[in-house]
Design a protein around this ligand. Structure first.
Ligand SMILES: [Zn+2]
Length: 282
């Protein structure tokens, strides 16, 4: 089976220098200081945006496009329910509203006059601008009595299988006001539609989990190598195969730690990992 990886969440990082830790209360206007995803143990709204760019567009009268759209809906559902289950299994509380069929204002369409899947660095800014100009986040969160809001952009691109999350741990920096909105970008048009595991993985990024499959500011290469050696199928490491029926991965103590559910586990000390955002800012 082809090994699926979740790809380059740090690829577009504007800078990898660590920034000084700021107190959470210094950013009261930015959803508590952790970006719009803030803390998983609250109520979160996921807004879905089906987007076109200069190279690709959605046509829901086309069978292929409609299938990809439907796959996104059901895979997102399974990914979200799995994340909620993992949090509940650890005695956490979480409520995630995402269903754009049954909730108003969770579905948008967008058109961008640029290449959005090329990784050239504009995607982050253009998605931010779209959110800023078109989505009344405060109104939506108030309407659903939610604390947090995140955004999934779906493109129907050919030839690229890039799926990114744009969030604090992905950029290796602590929150500041230039990273207000946290969102993920999915390419539904490549060889593989994003699976439930991909949706779960990207959502966990938004809540604070980093990737484990390459060395970064958070994870030394030795830890990535260790997971490779033991054949880990951890959700932030990656997994074998393509499964649309369920999330084909497990949820580790370390991921629970990074999203603020528990204390640091043994791996944190053994491999000298970086503190979670919650520990950095507490
Ligand atoms: Zn990732």
């Amino acid at each position: 089976m082809k090994q699926i990886r979740f790809l380059f969440c740090g690829l577009l990082a504007a800078g990898t220098m660590l920034q000084p830790v700021q107190a959470r209360s210094e950013y009261p206007g930015y959803y508590g200081g952790f970006g719009s995803a803030d803390y998983c143990q609250e109520k979160t709204v996921i807004v879905s945006i089906f987007a076109d760019d200069v190279n690709c567009s959605w046509n829901f009268n086309d069978d292929d496009d409609y299938r990809e759209y439907s796959t996104a809906y059901f895979a997102l559902q399974k990914g979200v329910e799995w994340v909620e289950d993992q949090i509940h299994n650890r005695n956490g509380s979480a409520s995630i509203v995402w269903d754009w069929y049954n909730n108003d204002y969770m579905y948008y369409e967008a058109h961008f006059d640029e290449e959005m899947l090329s990784g050239n660095g504009n995607t982050w800014q253009l998605c931010n601008e779209f959110i800023e100009q078109n989505i009344d986040c405060e109104w939506i969160t108030n309407m659903y009595c939610a604390d947090n809001i995140v955004f999934n952009f779906y493109f129907d691109g050919e030839g690229q299988d890039d799926t990114w999350a744009y969030c604090y741990p992905c950029w290796g920096v602590v929150p500041d006001d230039s990273y207000r909105y946290e969102f993920a970008v999915f390419n539904c048009g490549h060889t593989y539609d994003p699976t439930p595991a991909v949706y779960a993985h990207e959502l966990l990024h938004l809540f604070g989990a980093p990737d484990y499959y390459y060395g970064s500011e958070y994870i030394p290469q030795s830890y990535a190598d260790y997971l490779q050696d033991i054949g880990a199928t951890e959700i932030m490491f990656g997994y074998e195969g393509v499964n649309y029926d369920y999330v084909d991965a497990y949820f580790s103590d370390l991921t629970a730690y990074y999203i603020g559910l528990c204390e640091a586990p043994w791996e944190f000390y053994e491999f000298t990992l970086r503190e979670s955002l919650f520990d950095q800012i507490s």
